[in-house]
Design a binder for this molecule. Sequence first.
Ligand SMILES: [Zn+2]
Length: 79
Amino acid sequence: MSSGTVYCYHCHTQHPREEMRLVVSKSGKRWRCIASIKAAQKSREEREAFGRKVSAMNKAEAQAKLKARTAFANQTALK
Ligand SMILES: [Zn+2]
């Protein structure tokens, strides 16, 4: 093979040259495969989406609790 393989710092293995991307990190330029970059992006998006969902849920729950507490306070105040 003329293009050869490049060592992937992420997978610690060789990949075909055409599946690699040169990425710049703090320690310098490194070769990383496109598959691992895409996988990392996808998992980050999923994590962020999950985080947004959780914080929205927590907010809704906090508001519901506050509402319930306020309603209870109003109820007891009327008695
Ligand atoms: Zn790789």
